[in-house]
Structure formats: C-alpha cells, structure tokens
Design a protein. Structure first.
Length: 167
C-alpha cells in the first residue's frame, strides 16, 4: 500500500521535494518505552522543564509492556524527578501529571495499537518518540502504519546502544 505524504510538493522534474513539508504542531506526544531507564534519566526531566517553561500543551501517552496504571506512571515520574538535583514544584508537577495517560501492551501485538488508536481519537498530528531498542524501531513503525496511526504524524527515535554504557 503506497501512501502520499501531505505537504510534499513535486518539483519540476516530478520528484518529491521534502523541503516544502509544512510543519504541523503535534497535538499528542506518544512515548514508546516510557517505563525504561532513558525516560527516568532524561525524558521525565525534559518534560518537567517544558512544563515549567509553559511550552508543553499536549497529552502524553506512554506505551510500554509493564502492567502499570497511569497512577503508577505518575508516581514513577515524580520519583525520577525527585532523584535529580532539582527541587520539584508541586504545582508544576501536578500540571504535568495530568497530561499523562498509559497504554499497556506488547509492541508486537496489534491489540496494543488498537488501544492506542482509541486513546488518540482526538489527535491528528501525533509525535511518536521511540525510546526502545533499535531492533524494535521498524516493527513498531510498521505496526503504527498497519493501525493507520501515521497519517499526519511524525516519528522520532532515540538510538542508544542498549546493554552498554552508551552514555
């Protein structure tokens, strides 16, 4: 199945010119692997800083295999923030915590993407952030496509050497 990319305009030779992609603001942030070390060490702090600066205005949907509730996720975020050097402002954290939602499921199971699609019904420009092992990038993106979740979306990956101190 071939899909056209919205915002891509052919140049005079008829080839797609991606320099003319019209950027759209994301209306949701979906983080695959939100229960992992990278999220605890870096992502939660970055999200807190964005909330502190007033720059975060979208729901954050975490996707992972762990059987967590959204309250467990929020507690994990708070614990990770408190383990750092910065003092956590309760009001800022409460605003951030309200943004979190959680989808539990196996990345290889279509039901996970069906649950995600249900959660994203009001979103049309999701940003998918993949904080997962590189070997899962292609299967996750293919599953997002199969669930028709890539239209109007962007995918961002975090490539690290899992199992090594990739620093």
């Amino acid at each position: 199945m071939t899909r056209s990319l919205r915002g891509v305009r052919p140049d005079k030779q008829g080839t797609a010119n991606v320099n003319h992609l019209s950027p759209c603001a994301a209306d949701s942030l979906v983080i695959f692997g939100i229960t992992g070390d990278l999220a605890k060490k870096m992502t939660f702090q970055a999200l807190y800083q964005l909330e502190l600066a007033g720059e975060l205005n979208v729901p954050i949907i975490g996707v992972a295999e762990e059987d967590w509730s959204v309250d467990h996720l929020r507690s994990s975020v708070l614990a990770a923030l408190k383990s750092g050097d910065e003092v956590v402002d309760k009001g800022i954290f409460d605003r951030l915590a309200k943004r979190f939602r959680y989808v539990q499921g196996d990345f290889n199971n279509p039901a996970t993407y069906q649950a995600l699609a249900k959660d994203l019904q009001r979103s049309s420009h999701s940003l998918y952030y993949l904080e997962i092992p590189p070997g899962l990038f292609a299967p996750v993106v293919a599953s997002l496509d199969e669930a028709d979740l890539l239209q109007g979306a962007r995918v961002m990956i975090e490539k690290r050497h899992f199992g090594f101190n990739g620093g």
